[in-house]
Design a protein around this ligand. Structure first.
Ligand SMILES: Nc1ncnc2c1ncn2[C@@H]1O[C@H](COP(=O)(O)OP(=O)(O)O)[C@@H](O)[C@H]1O
Ligand SMILES: [Mg+2]
Length: 254
């Protein structure tokens, strides 16, 4: 289970992001990047963050630690900005937090070369979860203390927006044409050989168990949160074995 903390102070909005994540302080004295249930696509974005973030971590990628953050809408009362006030007001209860990597730099492909094996692993992972948000315009990669860290997995698994069509949707290819790491000649074949065997039913059960029940209840067509957890696991299990053959837009692809 993800660690649970309680937000004690809203510090500031993070301006770079489209969804207006905020920086908060919590009752454990930690500083977290907060993703609100009341923002944009709401809790599905947060579920995607948990599933992809926790899967990536278990596959050996660097991902900031995730926590759940309990928000009392009262925190918004003193906020001068109406947009922030509204976000806090509509996000009472369980939200998502991640460790704030203080001093992290946005990824710059010219200043920070990535080898083709590492690039391959990241492109393969993005193809697996169908991440459409790791383009050269908006890489969602951070450089912190000399290493590359993955953030922002909210725009993934498009199939979870339409469960009846999930199987068809999850069978589609992944277009890597705009991927931030394309210039590093990603070796997705080697990545698939290394990572695909790790994506097992047991691993996905462990990953989906991390999703808070509060974000899974009331989904049409599912009786229990665990039914929905299994629905998250299925397309990933099916894609893991074949997705490297369905990546388009990489130079030199077969
Ligand atoms: N854990 C973190 N530590 C430091 N900075 C972060 C962290 N997470 C996100 N950021 C910064 O905030 C920006 C917005 O966060 P992101 O998760 O990409 O949200 P959005 O969905 O709004 O794009 C990122 O591009 C990055 O610059
Ligand atoms: Mg982002």
């Amino acid at each position: 289970m993800l660690k649970e903390v309680i937000a004690t102070r809203y510090i500031t909005p993070l301006r770079e992001g489209g969804s207006l994540p905020g920086l908060v302080e919590a009752d454990d004295f930690g500083t977290y990047v907060l993703k609100f249930t009341g923002a944009g696509q709401g809790r599905k974005t947060l579920v995607a963050e948990v599933v992809c973030g926790e899967l990536a971590r278990r596959l050996g990628f660097r991902v900031p630690r995730l926590v759940t953050v309990d928000v009392d809408p009262v925190l918004g009362l003193g906020e001068p900005e109406q947009q922030v006030q509204e976000l806090l007001r509509s996000s009472g209860g369980t939200n998502l937090g991640m460790d704030f990597l203080s001093g992290a730099l946005g990824f710059d492909p010219l200043a920070f070369p990535v080898d083709s094996a590492e690039a391959g692993r990241i492109v393969w992972f993005d193809a697996l979860v169908n991440n459409v948000d790791r383009s050269w315009r908006n890489p969602n990669l951070l450089r912190w203390r000399g290493d590359l860290w993955l953030v922002d997995h909210g725009a993934t698994m498009i199939w979870h927006h339409n469960w009846p069509g999930a199987e068809t949707s999850a069978g589609r290819p992944y277009d890597a044409r705009d991927h931030a790491l394309l210039r590093f000649r990603p070796d997705v074949t080697a990545a698939a050989a290394e990572l695909a065997p790790l994506v097992t039913e047991d691993l996905l059960a462990e990953v989906t168990a991390e999703i808070p029940d509060a974000w899974l209840t009331g989904e049409p067509g599912f009786d229990t949160p665990d039914d929905l957890r299994r629905a998250y696991a299925r397309p990933l299990l099916a894609r893991a074995a074949v997705v490297h053959e369905r990546i388009t837009g990489i130079e030199g692809e077969q």
